[in-house]
Design a protein around this ligand. Structure first.
Ligand SMILES: Nc1ncnc2c1ncn2[C@@H]1O[C@H](COP(=O)(O)OP(=O)(O)O)[C@@H](O)[C@H]1O
Ligand SMILES: [Mg+2]
Length: 287
């Protein structure tokens, strides 16, 4: 986004702190996500990414600081006042878990039932539309045990969009998927953001996905936002910590293994492919 000075952010996180027992997890986190943007929140395991998402949905309240959704504060307000604000958000949780005993249709219909929608025709139309948006027409009667990992993620995305949210929050949507399925789930997320105009915040470690689909990247470290910028800014960043995260460099000395068959640059090659896909070809436009 070029100039956001006059636009109200859809998500505004203002100096939040959180602590579990004596463990400080968030030490003053601030960031914004603007309408229609796709922002990737990255950071090491245990950095506090999932904890941040739970604050955005009002499942956790910060100890100090404030969170605004579409201009209204969702932090530290009574539970019943959170409900209308939660309706603006669709959430795909880290495990993307479905209810095993329910069909695909029933899983996707679940949030509508929770919202008190009982009209069968409306229910059916909305579930079928959501399944069509994720490319799963015809799978409504299947059970979760009988579909692939990639389809389970698609059903979880359908369940997150069925209530027509203005904003989607995804927690590690490509975790556990093979690279090809992961690529098509990334495409789906970007497609929903563009075609349905849904503001999107995605928590992920999958740097290939981040380079492909993010408008902006926010890097969380030690409970604060250490860095933020576009994928281009990240690729060009002189910050060694950012470069190591981008390229998956652990600092291990691979040469010590002294095995010519090992390719220490394998992760770098995957990322270089993603960078080439997004930025180097003349024919494809940047997202
Ligand atoms: N409900 C909780 N109670 C106690 N500790 C928690 C709770 N939720 C998260 N944590 C801790 O907070 C830290 C950040 O967790 P999390 O946000 O899940 O990390 P990640 O960045 O991998 O998503 C971890 O050390 C985790 O163990
Ligand atoms: Mg997590």
């Amino acid at each position: 986004m070029s100039d956001t000075s006059n636009i109200q952010p859809f998500i505004k996180v203002d100096q939040i702190t959180q602590q579990f027992g004596t463990q400080k997890v968030l030490n003053g986190v601030s960031f914004e996500v603007f309408p229609g943007e796709l922002v990737a929140l990255i950071g090491g395991s245990g950095a506090g990414k999932s904890v941040i998402l739970k604050h955005l949905d009002g499942l956790l309240d910060p100890l100090t600081g404030h969170i605004y959704i579409d201009g209204q504060e969702i932090s530290n307000i009574p539970e019943k006042k959170k409900y209308p604000m939660r309706k603006k958000l669709g959430f795909m949780f880290q495990q993307g878990a479905l209810f095993d005993s329910m069909t695909v249709f029933e899983n996707v219909a679940f949030p509508l039932g929770e919202a008190g929608i009982t009209d069968e025709k409306e229910l059916e139309k909305r579930v079928m539309d959501a399944l069509a948006s994720v490319g799963l027409q015809g799978s409504e009667d299947k059970m979760p045990a009988n579909i692939s990992g990639g389809m389970i993620k698609r059903v979880a995305v359908a369940r997150a969009i069925v209530s027509d949210p203005q904003c989607l929050l995804y927690d590690e949507p490509t975790a556990g998927l093979d690279p090809i399925v992961s690529d098509s789930v990334s495409y789906l997320i970007r497609n929903i953001c563009i075609n349905q105009g849904i503001t999107t915040l995605i928590v992920t470690h999958d740097m290939s996905s981040v380079i492909h689909i993010a408008d902006r990247i926010i890097y969380l470290k030690e409970g604060t936002i250490h860095w933020q910028g576009t994928p281009r800014d990240m690729i060009d960043s002189p910050d060694p910590m950012i470069q190591d995260f981008l390229h998956g460099v652990s600092g291990e000395d691979w040469n010590k293994l002294n095995n010519p068959k090992l390719n220490p640059d394998f992760q770098q090659n995957i990322i270089q492919d993603a960078i080439n896909d997004r930025f180097s070809t003349q024919t494809s436009q940047p997202l």
